[in-house]
Design a protein around this ligand. Structure first.
Ligand code: ATR
Length: 278
């Protein structure tokens, strides 16, 4: 029986076991996927003894993604650019690492808004943390001509703009609304709008009617930002699909079959989110 895991600290809220458990059952594969809490000081020992404990690999989440990048052998250009690994597996006895966040973000938009990147002139990205970095990578890969990057702490946006080059322009938070003019895409990568956090309060009337709005927050599924976009008649894509799609490549490596992101899987994870929301 093949065994996989998700490791983080804390890890109790991870929905990855639900996702992989669904696929194992659906595909009739004998396998397991477990949650493992590992403190930062113990991560290296954990990662270097995985094979001894019979694991085929697993997912890595906060706060271990950077340590996993340093400990694994990494050929994946995405993980090398982000200096973060979220998926580990063994290849010829070697612990390998990749990052599937970019693929997950792109696959979600491809599935929910086909053609979204066909003529991407201007994208506006809110937030400049780890998630933002993955999204900038993906947007550049898809040929975005210009990305306006807006963050409360301007210096973090400027550092990312330097990293990615001249297509990415850093702007202060108070310039967000004017930045929306002429944008084809708006992406929220901040934690604003998440359950327990303040809403993201932005006047979307500056966006063209053809713009697409997406949020990486998925609790609640319809964030205040997405609700406002819908009221303006704009196309929206929620963040749940990114979580589901980023899980696909790991499952395929560990268990040898490529799973699909189906409405049934979405409904299962959504029910769990709603149960938690009470
Ligand atoms: P992640 O890796 O998930 O992107 P992060 O690195 O903690 O997480 O980044 C969180 C993002 O949300 C940052 O862009 C942060 O802005 P700062 O860089 O100024 O901290 C943004 N964010 C969090 N709370 C915010 C708030 N109340 N207002 C505006 N931005 C906020």
């Amino acid at each position: 029986m093949k065994r996989a895991f998700v490791v983080g600290y804390p890890i109790s809220h991870s929905r990855s076991p639900l996702i992989h458990g669904f696929w194992l059952k659906e595909l009739g594969i004998q396998g397991s996927y477990e949650r493992i809490a590992v403190e930062p000081a113990a991560f290296q020992a954990f990662a270097t003894t995985l094979a001894d404990r019979g694991f085929a690999g697993g997912n890595v989440t906060v706060p271990h993604k950077e340590a996993a990048f340093r400990l694994a052998s990494v050929d994946d250009p995405v993980a090398r650019d982000l200096e973060a690994v979220n998926t580990l597996w063994f290849e010829d006895g070697v612990l390998k690492g990749m990052n599937t966040d970019v693929a997950g973000f792109l696959a979600n938009l491809d599935q929910e808004a086909p053609g979204w990147s066909d003529n991407l002139r201007r994208a506006v990205v809110l937030g400049a943390g780890g998630a933002s970095r993955a999204i900038l990578y993906g947007l550049i890969q898809r040929g975005a001509a210009e990305i306006l990057l807006i963050n409360r702490t301007l210096e973090r946006a400027e550092a990312l703009a330097r990293h990615f080059g001249s297509k990415v322009k850093a702007l202060a938070w108070d310039q967000a609304e004017t930045a929306l003019e002429g944008a084809d895409l708006l992406v929220n990568t901040t934690s604003l709008g998440m359950k327990g956090q303040p809403p993201l309060d932005l006047d979307l009337s500056h966006l063209p009617k053809s713009a697409l709005v997406t949020d990486i927050v998925y609790v609640p599924l319809e964030t205040p930002l997405l609700a406002a976009a819908r009221r303006f008649g704009l196309a929206t894509v929620d963040g749940l699909g990114m979580l589901l799609h980023q899980a696909v490549p790991g499952f395929e490596r560990w268990f040898g079959a490529r799973p699909e992101v189906t409405p049934q899987l979405r409904a299962l994870v959504l029910a769990d989110i709603e149960a938690q929301a009470g």
